[in-house]
Structures are given as structure tokens and as C-alpha cells.
Design a protein around this ligand. Structure first.
Ligand SMILES: [Zn+2]
Length: 209
């Protein structure tokens, strides 16, 4: 029997954000594809632990709107909405440091203080398995709109009724070490198993005993 529905949202479409771990990189890895691969492994790991899992992209080439992705959580009474991404420095960042920035960060909803320990544990585990710095958990407010979440998927999840909504940046696909990890099926499988363990610990049957 299912112990709750989790919506996993592999960020972007198939060819969203080419990995760019060094100058003149010509590899064929894309954040949008690797997000889908990781989400698929995480789905399998969570199903082993009796969660029901819905992916916002049924196929790697699907690319629904941000609001459609977030609303999937409320429509299915999900107990968790998790958007899966990897990171890149912003356009204003220091050019020399572009490829050296690394680490995992989790953004969660401004409306959800209760799940801070859960998201901290999840981000810590991602950092540990990826052997990358733990950049911590953060909320991000929409500019000039106090109390409104910045990320569209988190906003839509909360508006549809699922406040336990977060976006995890699994390292930087612009960094050689993080990108190498994200390009390995074995590494992504290990990461999925470790994330599922934390989710199960906080939201699974054992969490209420
Ligand atoms: Zn992304």
C-alpha cells in the first residue's frame, strides 16, 4: 500500500543547459537529460519504499510549463514536491571563478518552516554523496513581492496545496568534479538511493513511530 504520493520534477527539457565544465567543452551532456535520469532512479528507489511517485515529465523530451509541473503536486495530494536540477553560476559571476564554484543547495518554500530539518538533512546527504560543499538550504523571495516564492514550480506547488516543495541544485554542471559525477549512471544511482533513504526517514512509515 502506498504511504503517500511524491511528485518529482526533472527540471528543463531534454536539451536544457549543456554541461560546461571547462573551456572549449564539446561533450554531449545536458542538465535537462541528467535531471530526468536522476529523477527516474529516485522514482524507483522511492517506489521500493512504498511511496507512489509521479514524474512531471513522462518522457525525457517532455517540457511542461513551470505551473503545470508545480500544480501536479496539489492535483495528486502529494506529500512532497521535489524539483531536480543542477546549478550554474549566474551571468554576473566572476569569470575566473566560473568553473571552480561547486556545491549543493536546496531552495524551499517561504511558507514551510516545519520542514527545515528535513531539507537540511537532504541537502547534507546530497553534498556528502557528491563529495561537494554543502551550500545549505535557502528560501528565495520574488523581487518586490514579500512572502511570494521566487521559483515558479515552488509557487505553483504551494498554490495548488502542497507546501512541502523544494528545488535541489545537485552541484554545478559547470564544475569539472560535479559534472563528472552527474554524467555517471552509477553515481546517479547511488545518489538516488541516498536521497530516498533520507526521504523515507522523514516521511516514511518509520517517521511517525
Ligand atoms: Zn536547472
Amino acid at each position: 500500500m502506498s504511504i503517500g504520493t511524491i511528485v518529482l520534477d526533472p527540471g528543463h527539457g531534454q536539451y536544457g543547459n549543456r554541461h560546461f565544465p571547462c573551456e572549449n567543452y564539446e561533450g554531449d551532456f545536458f542538465e535537462g537529460t541528467q535531471n530526468f535520469v536522476l529523477a527516474s532512479y529516485l522514482k524507483a528507489e522511492l517506489e521500493k519504499r512504498n511511496f507512489e511517485v509521479i514524474l512531471t515529465r513522462k518522457n525525457v523530451w517532455d517540457d511542461p510549463s513551470l505551473s503545470e509541473r508545480g500544480e501536479t503536486a496539489g492535483k495528486n495530494n502529494a506529500i512532497l514536491f521535489l524539483s531536480i536540477h543542477s546549478n550554474a553560476p549566474g551571468p554576473a559571476s566572476d569569470k575566473d571563478a566560473y568553473h571552480s564554484v561547486r556545491g549543493a543547495v536546496t531552495y524551499y518554500s517561504l511558507t514551510d518552516e516545519e520542514d527545515v530539518p528535513f531539507f537540511m538533512a537532504l541537502n547534507r546527504e546530497v553534498s556528502k554523496v557528491m563529495n561537494t560543499p554543502d551550500r545549505g538550504i535557502k528560501t528565495r523571495e520574488y523581487p518586490d513581492k514579500p512572502g511570494v516564492d521566487y521559483y515558479g514550480v515552488i509557487r505553483a506547488s504551494v498554490a495548488s496545496g502542497c507546501r512541502r516543495a523544494a528545488l535541489i541544485e545537485h552541484g554545478f554542471h559547470t564544475n569539472p568534479e560535479d559534472a563528472l559525477f552527474l554524467q555517471s549512471d552509477d553515481c546517479l544511482k547511488r545518489l538516488a538511493a541516498a536521497e530516498a533513504e533520507v526521504i523515507d526517514r522523514f516521511l516514511g512509515v518509520g517517521s511517525c513511530i
